[in-house]
Design a protein around this ligand. Structure first.
Ligand code: ZN
Length: 293
């Protein structure tokens, strides 16, 4: 089955042709500029590809509710030109006979990990991306979680660690998870981008502490069977053992499951099985679901 995939990000679009096994056969990417220009390039890529469905994992906020009059729109983004933009409509106009699957980039990545990656065979998983922003997607009882909108897991308030004087980067909440732990917060707090800081820099212990605090909340609310951490910040693999330790400390024995209380926790909170392909393979998974619907 030949499927199309679009990973629509705020800074770049990745487009690909792949198959139902999550294999990417051909890909291209280009910077996100105006909707007109960016969608023209996207549509040109798929024009002669003859795909059976297209999956779109999209930066947000978006309207994923099929019963809503603004289904398929990017809603309130500050990105010039993209607010209230009907991105699914643009694809449907160009490819009227092709089913389009649509969800947030992180819900897509979560589905991709469940189909092809670290959460294969599980009906419950959480995917978090920690990079220029923080977002999360979740599968609960086999379904991606939607509601009024979709989860915005990067914006819950954090307890600030005693030794951290930083006031937070989020313009809405200050010291929310994204405000304290996304790439721009690391850069502002330490005066250097994360990838310029050595692996033993104190930044990483603090980073792991905040990530574990957020994970404890997801464990208590969503009860995921697997937690997958992707995004640019998670290229710092030295974070994982510290996250495991701090998550156990946070939960303090309350969740009596071996996955958490023993050293099996290293298989519970993991790096994406698909690595940096989680997003584009997630879009393939969205296409697969759209084709089967
Ligand atoms: Zn926030």
């Amino acid at each position: 089955m030949k499927l199309g995939a679009i990973e629509a990000g705020g800074t770049k679009f990745v487009v690909a042709v792949g198959n139902e096994n999550g294999e990417v056969l051909e890909r291209a990417s280009f910077p996100t500029t105006s909707p007109d220009e960016t969608m023209k390039e996207t549509i040109a890529f798929f024009k002669d590809k003859d795909v059976e469905a297209i999956g779109l994992g999209c930066f947000g906020p978006i309207d994923p509710d099929k019963n809503s009059p603004t289904y398929g729109y990017i809603t309130t983004t500050p990105k010039p030109g993209w607010a209230n933009y009907n991105i699914v409509g643009a694809l449907e106009e160009a490819f009227p006979d092709t089913p389009i699957g649509f969800d947030t980039d992180v819900n897509g990545a979560c589905l991709g990990e469940a189909y092809f990656g670290a959460a294969q065979g599980l009906d419950s998983a959480l995917y978090l991306t920690i990079g220029t922003g923080i977002g999360g997607g979740a599968i609960v009882e086999g379904n991606l979680v939607h509601g009024l909108l979709h989860p915005e897991m990067g914006h819950m308030l954090m307890n600030v660690r005693e030794d951290d004087p930083y006031k937070g980067k989020c313009p809405y909440h200050g010291t929310c998870f994204e405000g304290m732990a996304a790439g721009p917060a690391i850069a502002e707090r330490w005066g250097k981008n994360g990838n310029e800081l050595p692996a033993d820099h104190p930044a990483w212990d603090l980073e792991a502490w905040y990530i574990a605090q957020a994970l404890a909340i997801y464990v208590l609310t969503l009860s995921p069977k697997k937690i997958i951490l992707g995004g640019g910040v998670m290229h710092q693999k030295q974070l994982f053992p510290q996250i495991h330790k701090y998550l156990q400390e946070r939960l303090n024995g309350y969740i009596q499951k071996e996955e958490i209380t023993s050293d099996k926790i290293k298989d519970y909170v993991v790096y994406p099985g698909l690595g940096d392909n989680a997003g584009i393979c997630g879009a393939l998974a969205l296409a697969k679901v759209a084709k089967e619907d």
